[in-house]
Ligand binder design. Structure first.
Ligand code: DLL
Length: 493
């Protein structure tokens, strides 16, 4: 039975009347869905994994911009197309990189007349941003850029993006939309555990949440014990973090004897890295919160591209008035049918500072346009668990870290913490898994540990078709990070 928290109701009445944010659907709305929940309804949502979808779906969520988020698919596609046409012209007229690309293939913005024509536009890849570092793709005079963010590339120069005043406003809108998908409502108290810096997570989410009328607690990354104190003292209801850092906060709290069930935390607004079902289940059952995922990337904006609603768990609604999405086969570059897996390609529709066209995210997902129980009609993408560029080729076999996570999820006693090492010191590729075991199964008995180790290795081999050297490590020994967890170290020469 899922655990229920009994939490103090937040200081606002019902979502239907308490906010002047556009788009709260009145409870009397006759669309056949249940009434908009009050704060105490939301507080009573069972939070542990395994919550029946019907329970969640019965709660009507406030929707930030129902005129668009609940429009018919035809209306959505038509509006997207209008915006796309403007964006193509903007990029062509303002950015030499795009003008040259179009001219080289004899393409004019006016040639894009239908959704199918969009495929004529060349893709943009990360190298376009790298090659024009730092300002080469900026489409406005530099004095109209009021903010810079950057993503820390593992090698070389970072990717730098600039935002106009209007881009920042649009970003706020996107965050407000995804926050409401996650059941965040005005009057919530949200604690930021992303750093405030060049990374888009901190500032991006901060301003959007403030725009929604949420009390922002800008704790920033790090100082985990202080986070726990603030959650308790300030009555934090929403935690914003990477899921791996959230689990770390949870563990530190447990070590300090903190009773998470008594906290007022209700929602985890997590993102920035893949969240495996196991990680999500751990956090939900141990922190007694409702984990939601939101997705985004620096190049196209930052967080705010898509967010998880309370109905379609493990899928995220794309903010479609801001992002034109396509899913392509990363090998053939042809579109895949609706609902089939492929690489997500995004075109920001309103961002004027850097108007990227058909940006190849490298993130693998699938997108469906089936109606959702939350009332939104916007397309939903599956959780991103893999990137086309994080595939490891081990002795000719393709291996994704997410496959390993899925195997570990089915092994009682295997924790969510692991690290993969790849080397070829002996001439052949060798994949080593350092796996932290749960305290409950960690013992001094060599024999017992070895039996467990071998069973993990056998299960991995059966699924991956490559042998994996498994090393069991003590609970707590794999480094905890405050930002994104790096699971793989590839030391091959
Ligand atoms: O991580 C933006 C962000 C910040 C999103 C905070 C959500 C919350 P980058 O640092 O540029 O931007 O990294 C983008 O991270 O292409 C994905 O591979 C991965 N990623 C981001 N969010 C998710 C997610 C931010 N929810 C890259 N699930 C993306 C899986 C994610 N992967």
């Amino acid at each position: 039975m899922a655990a229920r928290k009994s939490k103090v109701a937040l200081g606002f009445a019902s979502a239907s009347g308490a906010s002047d944010a556009p788009g709260f659907i009145p409870a009397s709305d006759a669309s056949g869905l249940a009434a908009v929940p009050t704060a105490s309804d939301l507080a009573a949502v069972p939070t542990a994994s395994g919550t029946p979808a019907s329970t969640l779906a019965s709660l009507r969520q406030p929707i930030y911009n129902p005129a668009f988020e609940c429009a018919s698919r035809d209306e959505v596609r038509a509006r997207q197309f209008e915006l796309l046409i403007e964006q193509v012209a903007w990029a062509y007229e303002r950015v030499p990189f795009y003008r040259e690309q179009f001219d080289a293939i004899g393409l004019r913005p006016a040639d894009i007349r239908t959704h199918d024509d969009v495929r004529k536009i060349p893709f943009t890849t990360k190298s376009a941003l790298r090659d024009t570092y730092p300002y080469g793709l900026i489409a406005v005079p530099l004095n109209e850029i009021i903010r810079l963010h950057a993503s820390s590339g593992t090698t070389g120069k970072p990717i730098v993006v600039g935002y106009t005043r209007d881009d920042i406003e649009q970003w706020r809108y996107c965050i407000m939309s995804v926050a409401q998908m996650a059941g965040v409502v005005p009057g919530d108290r949200a604690q930021m555990a992303f750093g405030y810096g060049m990374f888009t997570g901190g500032f991006g989410l901060h301003y959007g949440m403030e725009g929604l009328g949420v009390m922002m607690i800008p704790a920033s990354a790090g100082n985990t014990e202080r986070h726990i104190m603030m959650i308790e003292d300030y009555g934090t209801t929403v935690l914003i973090a990477t899921p791996s850092y959230a689990l770390h906060i949870c563990e530190v709290g447990e070590r300090l004897g903190y009773d998470w069930e008594k906290s007022q935390l209700r929602v985890g607004l997590f993102g920035g890295e893949p969240c495996s079902p196991k990680l999500k289940a751990e956090i939900e059952s141990r922190m007694h919160i409702f984990c939601t995922d939101n997705y985004g990337l620096t190049e196209v904006m930052g967080p705010g591209v898509s967010g998880e609603c309370l109905s379609a768990r493990d899928q995220q609604h794309i903010v479609e008035d801001h992002f034109y999405w396509e899913v392509i086969d990363p090998e053939t570059l042809e579109p895949v049918p609706d609902g089939c897996p492929g690489e997500l390609v995004l075109t920001p529709l309103q961002k004027k500072g850097i108007p990227l066209l058909r940006y190849r995210t490298r993130d693998l997902t699938s997108v469906t346009t089936e109606p959702c129980g939350c009332g939104r009609t916007s397309a939903r993408m599956d959780k991103v668990r893999r990137r086309s560029d994080d595939m490891l080729i081990i002795r000719g076999t393709n291996v994704y870290p997410s496959q390993i996570e899925d195997v570990l999820a089915g092994i009682a006693g295997a924790s969510a913490y692991y690290r993969l090492e790849v080397d070829n010191a002996t001439g052949l590729d060798r994949l080593t898994l350092n796996l932290e075991v749960e305290p409950a199964v960690f013992t001094d008995s060599f024999t017992e540990m070895d039996i467990f180790r071998r069973s993990v290795a056998d299960k991995l081999r059966a699924v991956l078709q490559v042998s994996v050297v498994v090393r069991l490590v003590e609970p707590g020994s794999i480094e905890r990070v405050m930002g994104k967890t790096k699971h793989v170290e590839d030391r091959r020469e």
